[in-house]
Ligand binder design. Structure first.
Ligand SMILES: NC(=O)c1ccc[n+]([C@@H]2O[C@H](COP(=O)([O-])OP(=O)(O)OC[C@H]3O[C@@H](n4cnc5c(N)ncnc54)[C@H](OP(=O)(O)O)[C@@H]3O)[C@@H](O)[C@H]2O)c1
Length: 338
């Protein structure tokens, strides 16, 4: 485990020269994204952050931006509206950022929720949580790679479930879980996590100059568990289960492990420390190992203690059984937007 003291010491070294100069936060309007933006801005460094969010969240995000400007007047926060569950809008917003910026140092991805309710699809025919947590995130990476590649130490951090992949998590015959009976909360969550890791590992292999992190935040009480149930029957057994069991457990674990208060600084560390691949704020502790088990750059599966795991057994099976199919299918879904 990386101690919180080590996290604070590393983040204290962030300044104009070492902090990401230009960042794109997709999901920085709430939760872990917002906590990480707050920690980044609090460094006092001169930086620009694109806060990408949906229209419905603009008003409260503007208040958040005022707060950030008061903390750090040298932080240029650019509100950037987009409905990122839609791949067409993801493409549009990436084009906007690419016309404004020659380089992006950090792409930080958190949009998504636990798909606990009934299956809901976007107008593009994708399950909403899968689009947010996998397809849209991979599209952001693909479309911003040209500007990420221009940065000195570019990094992509995607917050979901890195390290939680299981050998049996991917149904290669139904990658979008469209067949009757296949879409359940557990199957969807585990499948999206594994698909995302496989695609990120592939991208990391193809882009050795970019550091990739797939983070599992543990249990942070952001209200995320309720999002999948929005607009659905508040008296369903799932709603009662979340209210009576899941949310109290999340709150308790968050309190006991300090993950609520530490989440922002820990994700800032994951976004900037050389512990992951050697580029970034110097790190004298044990170097993290990538998903291939090597202490060198690539994809890092990082947990809430900032430990890395190659998740060897599960990843070995998933590479053999699912990698090509997941990659080909993801390419097929994204092709109209590339
Ligand atoms: N919190 C945890 O303990 C935990 C644990 C494991 C995994 N995760 C996963 O990690 C990621 C980040 O978690 P979090 O707790 O920070 O999440 P969060 O605060 O609940 O939400 C993160 C972002 O997702 C956006 N979002 C949610 N539904 C959306 C939709 N339908 N369309 C567009 N944007 C939408 C939110 O935008 P708005 O601000 O506009 O609502 C917000 O910016 C999520 O994928 C979550 O499932 C979280």
């Amino acid at each position: 485990m990386v101690s919180y003291k080590q996290i604070e010491a590393s983040n204290a070294l962030l300044n104009d020269a070492t902090a990401p100069r230009v960042s794109v936060f997709v999901g920085g309007t709430s939760g872990i994204g917002q906590l990480t933006v707050r920690a980044l801005v609090a460094t006092g460094a001169s930086l620009r952050i694109y806060l990408v969010g949906r229209k419905a969240s603009e008003q409260r995000t503007r208040a958040f931006i005022q707060e950030l400007r008061a903390v750090n007047p040298r932080a240029d926060i650019v509100w950037t509206e987009a409905e990122v569950a839609l791949l067409s809008d993801t493409k549009r917003v990436c084009e906007v950022i690419r016309t404004k910026e020659q380089r992006v140092d950090l792409l930080f991805l958190t949009a998504g929720y636990a798909p606990m309710g009934a299956r809901r699809e976007t107008e593009e025919g994708l399950e909403v949580a899968q689009s947010l947590e996998h397809y849209s995130r991979i599209l952001f990476v693909r479309l911003l790679l040209p500007v990420l590649g221009a940065a000195a130490a570019p990094r992509v951090v995607s917050v979901l479930g890195g390290g939680l992949e299981r050998a049996s998590s991917v149904n290669v015959d139904d990658l979008d879980l469209k067949k009757p009976g296949n879409f359940t909360f557990i199957r969807a969550q585990t499948q999206y996590v594994a698909m995302h890791t496989l695609a990120l590992e592939r991208l990391a292999g193809e882009n050795p100059d970019v550091t990739f992190v797939h983070s599992w935040p543990g249990s942070v009480n952001t209200g995320n568990v309720w999002r999948g149930l929005q607009g659905q029957d508040p008296n369903s057994w799932m709603a009662w289960f979340v209210w009576l069991v899941l949310e109290p457990v999340i709150r308790l674990v968050g309190l006991l492990s300090s993950s609520d208060e530490e989440a922002g600084p820990r994700h800032l560390f994951q976004s900037t420390s050389a512990a992951f691949g050697g580029r970034g704020v110097p790190w004298e502790g044990k170097p993290g190992v990538n998903s291939l088990g090597k202490p060198e750059d690539g994809l890092f599966l990082v947990n809430y203690k900032c430990d890395t795991t190659p998740n060897v057994k599960a990843m070995h099976v998933l590479r053999e059984k699912a990698l090509e199919k997941v990659w080909d299918h993801t390419q097929e879904v994204l092709r109209p937007y590339l």
